[in-house]
Design a protein around this ligand. Structure first.
Ligand SMILES: *Cc1c(COP(=O)(O)O)cnc(C)c1O
Length: 398
């Protein structure tokens, strides 16, 4: 059972807005947790609300259900299909991050079919900066983004794709930055490069999305990172490279998933069996990679071992799930209090990349309950439906 506390997600959002210069937009990456109540809480409120960063028809539906308008969505991803783009156009999405010339062409075709023009950000794959740490996905050969060194030749083509209007640049180079300095370093290179692309290559720049990398603990104790220097550092960089930002003529945005929601959630699992043998103790739980961390793949450990708060930690054990694969291990050499069958263990900081990033269909177990709280009030109790039966179709559907 996952438990999400909306107050914590909203507090994380408000804190992130405070850590940014006035006027910045924050795009919530729905892949971290598309639960409609969680997404809705991040969208609404008396202060700043988030917009939505989405990458599929499913995430688009989740965003719309949560109250985001199509016009508040940024559609990203390297493999947007014609069917997905049609649906996005129908739902009023008009802002797309394009990751290649071919991707831009597909976006333009869908827009033209809907008698409209899509606003596009060029996602840029820039050379790696020194000393960056975190989950880096750019700066090397990648399915993401347009290699910055090819832009002198391709800019003309990219900016003249029918059905599209290039309005700016999108950088998203890393996830879960190690510290504030790493984050600031990435943002500085993004802002400097965007400014160079504008002045040297004529990149239209009305909108600059500098990406993210805002950190959070995952399935381990800890608190979300604070960014006390970020606001003044971003102001300094923008004053230096894009001084017109002060006039409000440049839309600026960041993106975040885990930093907004990781801390708001925890996963409760029950001990089903305890088994000792060959020098090890195995605590077998009623949920494993079918409910948490399936993202890391079968046969690979959760990137962070689950550690648990509270009690005297006198037991060292392997935390296993119930699935019939040795890959269903949540943590090895985990410090635990003495446990009995039936005890409940809380795995903290699992509000991001929990249900959504897990192997829900594997081995046919029930999906976890998701309980949403606002303070002591229960907002909702739900369970994600995963199709257990096969919907038989005529071959013609292919
Ligand atoms: C996954 C993703 C995010 C969110 O990443 P977090 O590490 O959860 O903040 C933001 N933007 C894009 C383009 C992404 O693919």
């Amino acid at each position: 059972m996952y438990v999400y506390d909306l107050g914590r997600a909203v507090a994380a959002r408000d804190r992130l807005f405070e850590a940014l210069p006035e006027g910045f937009e924050v795009y919530y990456a729905l892949k971290a947790n598309p639960h409609p109540d969680v997404a809705r809480a991040l969208h609404e409120g008396p202060g700043h609300g988030c917009r939505a960063e989405i990458s599929s028809s499913g995430e688009l539906s989740a965003a719309l259900t949560a109250g985001f308008a199509g016009a508040e969505c940024l559609y990203t991803g390297p493999g947007k299909t014609a069917a997905e783009l049609n649906k996005a156009m129908e739902c009023g999405v008009r802002m797309f991050s394009v990751e290649s010339l071919s991707d831009a062409t597909h976006v333009g075709l869908a827009a033209s079919r809907h008698g409209t023009v899509a606003d596009c950000l060029l996602r840029i794959n820039a050379p790696a900066t020194a000393a960056s740490t975190g989950i880096r996905m750019m700066g090397k050969a990648s399915q993401f983004g347009i290699d910055s060194e090819t832009l002198p030749e391709t800019m003309r083509q990219l900016t003249t794709v029918p059905g599209t209007r290039i309005v700016g640049a999108h950088f998203y180079t890393m996830s879960n930055a190690a510290d504030e300095a790493a984050l600031i370093g990435e943002f500085e290179s993004a802002i400097a490069l965007a400014s160079r692309l504008e002045s040297k290559l004529g990149l239209p720049l009305e909108f600059l999305d500098i990406g993210g990398g805002f950190a959070a603990p995952y399935a381990a104790p800890g608190v979300r990172a604070e960014y006390p220097r970020l606001r003044s550092e971003l102001e300094r960089m923008l004053d230096r490279y894009l001084p017109r930002w002060r006039t409000g003529s440049l839309r600026l945005a960041v993106e975040s998933g885990r930093h907004l929601v990781a801390e708001s959630g925890c996963l409760l699992v029950r001990v089903v069996n305890i088994k000792a043998g060959r020098g090890r103790t195995f605590v077998i739980l009623d949920a494993g990679i079918n409910a948490l961390g399936g993202l890391s793949g079968i046969g690979r450990l959760l990137p962070v071992a689950a550690r648990l708060d509270g009690g005297e930690q006198s037991l060292v054990a392997t935390l296993s799930g119930p699935l019939c694969t040795p890959g269903d291990t949540l943590g090895r050499d985990v410090n635990l209090p003495e446990l009995q069958v039936g005890d409940i263990i809380t795995i903290p900081n699992t509000g991001a990349y929990g249900v959504t990033a897990s192997l829900l269909a594997f081995l046919g177990r029930e999906t976890p309950y998701e309980v949403v709280l606002r303070g002591a009030e229960v907002v909702s109790v739900s369970r994600l439906d995963v199709q257990r039966s096969y919907r038989v179709m005529k071959p013609e559907v292919l």
